[in-house]
Design a protein around this ligand. Structure first.
Ligand code: ARG
Ligand code: ZN
Length: 844
């Protein structure tokens, strides 16, 4: 059953206020609701319908009179008075039996909720849609020592706690947590002097892993004041860590709930990457308080209104806290690695989709990351000052609203006087635009001609030209920049731009800073790329020049049996030796394109990717680099050494990243000696885990894996790493057997999404192992997805997307993947979530 954007109709009533009472019991929680409804003057007349799923109705009354609503699997309808009325309702639910981790459920004996997008309907009957906003008052009754909900605390006493949230909100922002929790407390004073109590709530034993998250929270609160003028608006801000959680975290008003992997951190148990991710997610959820909560979405088609903007804001925050170029390169990697495949395959959808069956399937890289890129383009086009003006107007005009993309763009039009009707195509057209470039040079005039084409995507055969902000610089043949970065606005299918008064034919540096999420198709000689690698002033393009040389090199090795490109490697070596460059940047420079990315590019260029050939080429290149750089490596290792106590700051993180790149190559020369030494002496998880990875790759892992397991068997988050790494670092011919064996390990708790993802997601992320020619990995994945679907449709559907690239491969692999998808599709009582995903993938 498909829902369409064009069918939007407002709900027939407004909700004046909501009073909820929870009588907690694992198998039989009672939820009592008292809700004042008033007719909505802006809505067409309609039947009174409340969403409700898996609820046992105990009693319902209108204005004190018992009523007998008509129930269905989706909710209930009921005859109601013409004017305002009071709805009272009692239902029973069983949180302990809720394995879908949506609605009210239990994790390690603790009650918690996840309501976005449509989980509140599993708690009580309600108009569970984001445009219905109301003030919630909550009473929680139970023996649990800690009982939390949204807003400010009210009365508490023996066996109960009350909460009142003064800010009207949609039901998806509701949250409740109750259990035996301990807190890491702190305080923050806002710019207008509001004293806010801050807490991170965790299971006893995890208190020592909260300090970093708390610092990140305070930095986020300050940053949002400084940069966006946004102040926090309650007396308390609570964060709770939950072990069983389908996603990263959730921005419930005043009570953010986090996957424990996205908040708990300590040097001994968390890697640098974990620390960075935690800082970014804490910021993301906090920033939602304005972009998401104070201004929410009218309907779920507008999801990118809050997610794209909030991802954009958290990226700005990370760029400010750490290195802006490094963050930009990481985001471009993310776009190419995760969003482009989505945009170029059967799951392609616009940033603002126009239909869906299950909204949970649209929390995607396209909505989030491309949604953020679209805002970045908008900012580039209007400039920083006008962006700030537009955002002020947005907060001013729409505070308290459930808004749309039209509202968002109108704000920019009003603030800047620009017509954004063509720009809006970024929200409605799916697919990655491809931009080709030709050059012309005559008598001091240099002309760049761009042609853009967006390939067809499901349901969208024809595409119109989009507005592409193309940041360009020009370099002289001697390496000097003769044209600093300037923004060309491409709006036509074909369009030229000229530069006059040049003394020599320049070398162009295009798409600087990854100024638009497009694929550049340009015949560039190796010499020119090498020139940009050496001279470009734009860090992203310098990195990209090397990446593209790497792509060309590997593709030549794969398709023509060529030997590695030594000119590239020597140019790269000069960059790596330049100790004026940030180690973090050099670590990124050292990285080569992933095997999945190579497969994507090969496909883009009309080749059928051969996973084994890709694996072999990547191995050959790595071995070649290790040998060629044998005397560079010790020098870099010395530069990467940190002789201060561990800190996850940008400087140390950069050094360790460089060190990890070096160790991977070093291991190819010394068979794992250096890795073993690092493993034995490591006093932090980053060094310990990189060393373990190298040992696994070198096949010297038996002892180290056992030692690691013995050391960390009681730490769930570290054990997730232990499970994942053994597969991620395994040789392609043994990874699936390893994964299979690990699913039999006593600690493989397949109902825990983090653990399930570590093993099965780890296998799917290993390109050559996942695509093993006999189809063993496809089959194992299908088996487990079929098993998980009954319990947890959301995580199953999300993981099913690992098959989205299936049509790229050779006939045998295609047949095997199709068979796996068909087997999933044929499962009895397949969930709507998974059903929609496999149908879309098979439709191709
Ligand atoms: N709003 C949350 C965030 O971006 C994510 C919620 C994901 N929900 C879902 N049903 N997939 O921070
Ligand atoms: Zn978000």
């Amino acid at each position: 059953q498909t829902v369409y954007l064009s069918d939007y109709t407002p709900f027939g009533w407004q909700v004046q206020d909501v009073h909820l009472t929870f009588r907690l019991a694992p198998e039989a929680t009672r939820v009592l609701a008292r809700i004042h409804f008033v007719p909505n003057p802006d809505a067409p007349k309609q039947e009174f319908f409340l969403h409700g799923e898996d609820l046992t109705l105990i009693h319902a009354a209108i204005d004190g009179q018992t009523v007998s609503p008509v129930q269905s699997a989706e909710g209930l309808t009921c005859a109601v008075p013409d004017g305002p009325f009071l709805w009272e309702c009692e239902v029973e639910i069983a949180p302990a039996k809720n394995t879908a981790l949506e609605g009210l459920y239990m994790s390690n004996g603790m009650y918690c909720t996840q309501c976005e997008a449509e989980g509140f309907r599993k708690i009580t009957f309600y108009p569970d849609r984001p445009d219905v906003m109301s003030v919630f008052t909550v009473r929680i009754e139970g023996d649990e020592p800690v009982k939390l909900s949204n807003g400010n605390p009210g009365k508490t006493g023996e066996g109960f706690a009350e909460w009142h949230d003064p800010w009207p909100k949609p039901a998806y922002l509701f949250a409740l947590v109750a259990g035996d929790l301990v807190n890491h407390p702190d305080r923050f004073t806002t710019m207008n002097g509001r004293d806010v109590e801050l807490n991170i709530w965790v299971r006893p034993g995890d208190e020592g892993k909260c300090a970093f998250g708390m610092e990140a929270l305070k930095k986020s609160m300050k940053w949002d004041e400084d940069v966006y003028g946004r102040e926090y608006d309650l007396d308390i801000f609570n964060i709770v860590a939950v072990d069983d959680f389908n996603m990263g975290a959730m921005e419930n008003k005043g009570l953010n709930v986090f996957n424990s992997s996205c908040v708990l951190a300590s040097p001994e148990t968390s890697t640098d990457a974990n620390f960075e991710r935690i800082e970014a997610i804490i910021a993301h959820e906090y920033f939602h308080n304005w972009t998401g909560n104070r201004i929410t979405c009218r309907d779920w088609f507008q999801l990118c209104l809050k997610e794209g903007l909030t991802v954009f804001r958290d990226a700005q925050f990370t760029a400010d806290m750490r290195s802006a170029p490094v963050k930009r390169i990481e985001d471009a990697q993310m776009m190419r690695g995760r969003q482009f495949p989505e945009d170029q395959g059967p799951l392609a959808h616009p940033v603002r989709p126009e239909s869906f069956q299950e909204i949970n399937n649209f929390y995607t890289a396209t909505v989030y990351e491309k949604g953020a890129e679209v805002i970045g383009m908008l900012k580039r086009l209007v400039g920083d000052e006008d962006y700030a003006k537009a955002l002020d107007l947005y907060f001013d005009r729409h505070d308290g609203d459930a808004a749309t993309i039209e509202d968002w763009l109108k704000v920019f039009e009003d603030a800047t006087g620009r017509d954004l009707s063509q720009f809006k195509r970024w929200y409605s057209q799916a697919g990655t635009p491809r931009v080709t470039v030709t050059e012309d040079w005559s008598e001091g005039t240099y002309t760049l001609t761009f042609r853009q084409v967006t390939p067809p995507t499901p349901g969208q055969p024809d595409k119109a030209p989009q507005v592409i902000p193309m940041a360009v610089g020009l370099l002289n043949p001697n390496g000097d920049e003769v044209q600093p970065t300037t923004l060309l606005e491409i709006t036509e299918a074909e369009q030229s731009f000229t530069f006059d008064g040049l003394s020599a034919r320049p070398v162009p540096s295009l798409l600087r800073d990854f100024s638009a999420p497009v694929v550049m198709e340009r015949e560039v000689s190796r010499e020119e790329r090498a020139f940009l690698l050496a001279h470009d002033t734009d860090p992203f393009n310098r990195w990209d020049a090397s990446q593209m040389l790497g792509v060309e090199c590997l593709i030549a090795m794969i398709t023509e049996g060529a030997t590695p490109d030594t000119a590239w490697l020597d140019g790269l070596e000069r960059v790596l030796r330049d100790d004026s460059l940030d180690p973090a940047f050099r670590a990124l420079m050292m990285g080569t394109p992933s095997q999945a990315e190579l497969a994507r590019v090969l496909h883009e260029r009309g080749h059928t990717p051969d996973p084994d050939a890709i694996w072999n080429a990547a191995e050959t290149l790595a071995q070649f680099r290790a040998e060629r750089w044998a005397d560079l490596l010790p020098r870099l290792a010395a530069e990467a050494a940190v002789d201060a106590p561990y800190s996850p700051d940008a400087e140390q993180v950069g050094k360790r990243a460089l060190g990890a790149g070096v160790l991977a190559l070093q291991t190819r020369l010394d068979g794992g000696k250096a890795a073993q030494a690092q493993f034995d002496s490591a006093d932090n998880m980053t060094l310990q885990l990189t060393a373990l990875g190298s040992l696994v790759r070198a096949g010297r892992d038996a002892e180290a894996l056992a030692a690691f397991e013995e050391q960390w068997k009681d730490d769930r988050l570290v054990m997730d790493k232990w499970f994942g790494l053994q597969i991620g670092a395994a040789a392609p011919d043994v990874a699936v057997e390893r994964a299979q064996a690990l699913t039999q390990h006593p600690a493989f708790d397949w109902k825990n999404p983090n653990r399930f993802r570590a093993v099965l997601g780890g296998l799917a992320a290993h390109h050559a192992a996942f695509h093993r020619a006999d189809g063993a990995s496809y089959a194992l994945l299908a088996d487990w997805l079929i098993r998980l679907d009954d319990l947890n449709p959301q995580t199953t559907a999300r993981m099913a997307a690992v098959f989205q690239t299936w049509t790229r491969y050779d006939e045998d692999r295609r047949a095997l993947m199709r068979a796996a998808l068909e087997r999933i599709a044929a499962k009895l009582n397949l969930s709507r979530d998974t059903g929609e995903m496999v149908t879309r993938m098979l439709a191709q």
